[in-house]
Design a protein around this ligand. Structure first.
Ligand SMILES: [Zn+2]
Ligand SMILES: [Zn+2]
Length: 99
């Protein structure tokens, strides 16, 4: 005696892999599995659409798997600016250390 995976009705099965009591139950279960998978993929898509760049907070493209947006990822100007700032800070420090 087995129990249907969909309606939980007890049934006799000739084959060991049968998990549903009837083709109707199998069909309904399959449909729900498809709907579930669709809902999950839709949720994933929604989540990926709501991702934001960790640096500037700009909305990330759904096709961008990185945590940073493209301009934060590779922006030579920004890199130069940051380097200059760091250099300036170092220079300032040097001046105060050696007047
Ligand atoms: Zn059933
Ligand atoms: Zn960014």
């Amino acid at each position: 005696m087995k129990h249907c995976q969909w309606c939980d009705a007890a049934f006799e099965s000739k084959v060991s892999y049968q998990i549903y009591c009837s083709p109707e139950c199998r069909e309904l279960a399959t449909k729900e599995k498809i709907a579930e998978r669709y809902a999950i993929s839709r949720r994933k898509k929604m989540m990926s659409q709501n991702r934001k760049c960790k640096q500037c907070g700009k909305k990330l493209s759904a096709y961008n798997d990185d945590v940073l947006c493209h301009s934060c990822l590779v922006d030579p100007k920004e890199v130069n600016k940051t380097l200059k700032e760091i250099k300036g800070m170092a220079d300032g420090k040097d001046k105060t250390a050696k007047p």
